[in-house]
Write a protein that binds this ligand. Structure first.
Ligand SMILES: Cc1cc2nc3c(=O)[nH]c(=O)nc-3n(C[C@H](O)[C@H](O)[C@H](O)COP(=O)(O)OP(=O)(O)OC[C@H]3O[C@@H](n4cnc5c(N)ncnc54)[C@H](O)[C@@H]3O)c2cc1C
Length: 356
């Protein structure tokens, strides 16, 4: 049967690197390959394995790579039992667990299920068709691996691609789209751009650790829909007390070495600045999905899929986790995305058993 090339980035791979193997050896044959080892991808791998299939999870980073890159001292807004996957209890002495506890928990779950996870392998190309997909990955040294799989689950999340501002100066090294920790910004002029939860938390953390914080948001106040109810009074009171300077209905127009130019309702204002955190959200890698042939709805870029089985318009390719919500990334999170593995496994049982 002719092999249809769905996604080929081979042109980006230098000639000196070894080519993808033409024949897969037995260790690279799997019933199910999951792209992404986030909470959803792990849950999918576990459920596929529990359903009796040989499964492999592949991630371009480490296990729960997105959570690893979250702010170092972050505390989840979810209680631990709602982050559980594979029926493994998540116990914590805290009402809400922190990032380290979650990293520990997901590592233990992987160990418990002996779930094969190929870390530091980025999926580069997907070719073939239902029952006979070929997935080529590359590792950190540019080596190519070729997997032959019957079904594919895509759970690639949204945290790798920030929503950019598209303004001059955004590419300066002082501008970040991810917030990690406050210490390097002590006694510095720091601007946060954004009005949602992540922006509020970063502004408070930086202010509490000695940074001079200016918050800029295009809305008329902090988003009471997005900022958690226990964070909102804290940020609002810091703004009211002028401990954090806030500009609402304002946009950043240009970032320069020592300033940021703002467009405020009362005219342009230039603010002294050392660092900028543009915390304006993230989005799924739509090109990656499209390159596999997955159609996206025109308005919110949701992948076309069966809502029950999560099989996409490409037979044999399933979508899972936050990418199912397209640009509405706050609709699906760990609490609800963790059940996608069971939905997909139920369908896999029927399909793969029928074709065995
Ligand atoms: C600061 C912060 C706090 C949050 N707190 C909570 C909370 O309290 N409760 C909650 O339920 N949700 C929370 N969320 C949201 C939640 O973390 C995400 O919705 C969730 O991680 C999505 O899970 P996922 O498995 O779909 O994607 P991810 O966890 O993003 O996993 C996707 C994985 O795919 C990998 N990947 C991407 N492309 C490729 C490729 N080409 N090849 C191989 N691997 C690839 C990535 O490296 C990543 O590991 C929070 C988010 C943030 C940013």
């Amino acid at each position: 049967m002719a092999t249809k090339l769905l996604f080929d980035t081979a042109k980006q791979i230098p000639d000196t690197l070894p080519r993808a193997q033409l024949q897969s050896d037995p260790e690279t044959r799997y019933d199910v390959l999951v792209i992404g080892a986030g909470p959803t991808g792990l849950a999918c791998g576990i459920e596929a394995q529990r359903a009796g299939f040989k499964a492999l999870v592949v991630d371009k980073g480490c296990v729960v790579n997105s959570i690893y890159h979250y702010p170092a001292n972050m505390v989840f807004f979810t209680t631990p039992e709602l982050l559980e996957i594979g029926d493994i209890p998540f116990t914590s002495p805290n009402q809400k667990p922190n990032r380290n506890e979650a990293l520990e928990y997901y590592r233990k779950v992987v160990e418990h299920y002996h779930l094969p996870v190929a870390q530091y392998q980025k999926v580069e190309t997907v070719s073939g068709e239902d029952g006979d997909f070929h997935v080529a990955t590359s590792d950190r040294l540019g080596r190519i691996y070729d997997y032959q799989v019957r079904k594919l689950i895509v759970a690639t999340g949204y945290y790798d691609l920030p929503n950019i501002l598209n303004i001059p100066g955004e590419d300066l090294p002082k501008v970040f789209h991810y917030y990690r920790e406050p210490h390097p910004f002590f006694d510095m002029d720091v601007m946060i751009i954004g009005g949602k939860n992540s922006a509020a938390i970063a502004a408070l953390d930086l202010w509490r650790h000695g940074a001079r914080v200016t918050l800029v948001h295009r809305g008329e106040k902090m988003s009471s829909r997005s900022v958690k109810y226990w964070i909102l009074p804290d940020i609002e009171n810091r703004i009211k007390a002028k401990e954090i300077t806030a500009y609402f209905k304002t946009t950043a127009e240009e970032i320069t070495a020592d300033h940021v130019l703002l467009k405020t309702p009362s005219g342009d204002v230039e603010i002294r600045n050392d660092f900028v955190f543009a915390l304006t959200g993230y989005h799924p890698d739509y090109d990656f999905l499209r390159a596999m042939g997955i159609e996206l709805c025109p308005d919110q870029c949701r992948p076309v899929c069966d809502p029950v089985t999560l099989e996409s318009n490409v037979p044999g390719i399933y979508v899972a986790g936050v990418i199912v919500a397209g640009s509405r990334t706050s609709e699906i999170f760990i609490e609800n995305g963790r059940f996608h593995g069971q939905q997909i496994a139920a369908h896999l049982r029927k399909k793969l058993a029928a074709s065995a």
